[in-house]
Design a binder for this molecule. Sequence first.
Ligand code: ADP
Ligand code: MG
Length: 273
Amino acid sequence: SSASAASTASGAPAAPAARAAEPMVRAESVMKSFGSNTVLKSISLEVGRGEVMCIIGPSGSGKSTFLRCINHLEKVNGGRLFVDGELIGYRQRGDKIYELHPKEAALQRRDIGMVFQRFNLFPHLTVLENIIEAPQRVKRQGRDAAVKRATELLARVGLADKAKAYPASLSGGQQQRVAIARALAMEPKLLLFDEPTSALDPELVGEVLDVMKSLAASGMTMIVVTHEMGFAREVADSLVFMDGGVVVEAGDPRQVITDPQHERTKAFLSKVL
Ligand code: ADP
Ligand code: MG
């Protein structure tokens, strides 16, 4: 299928059936620079619906920037990014491409969840209030419905007894699980994780990875920047190695890990395995 399947000739949103045939994420020759520093050189990849992609690579290789482009936190300078068949940040009409109005961009963005290395919970709100904030404010969900859903999500991440706790009273692993529940409360169709366990004490990493594993098993589409190679091997459908703003190598995680084809991949893996 071609990218044009995502939109009709007039630029109107594609019919659901046409969208369903598209991968959840498609990057076509994505470029991003900051001034003269070209951080993403020509990133092309696809993440299928319900799939998990892990991205690894040295610091400064452009991993966070790539996630931020998907999540509207940065604008690409070239190429195209599609999520669920929709061009991110832009609308296409024939050969012309227009930037989306901020309100339209916000609509696209609210279906994409992101979990950061630092949990970014609101410190003055309880766990429950952290989770119901966005559904109420952004989705105009009623308080009762939002509380009901938040309670279910807290149970799902193993924190049913922490609804009334404040973030500062929780461990880093618990805070990160709240951050995941908060992202899920918006019912995203795509979840992005940017090194979700790198700020955690080693003994707290497992509980967060377990939650992510169960999310993957439930069919959530996820892109995970991580150096947890066990997780990548066990959970990911594909593994991408980025270096210097390019995809050096990508493929089946077991294959990439056990039989890397490029010297740069070998050198990197020897440091993280
Ligand atoms: P990674 O997540 O792989 O460590 P990043 O995407 O954070 O890499 O950064 C890639 C490069 O982009 C780095 O050289 C970084 O300095 C640069 N960069 C990232 N964000 C900005 C920004 N907002 N302004 C200028 N340079 C940036
Ligand atoms: Mg980063």
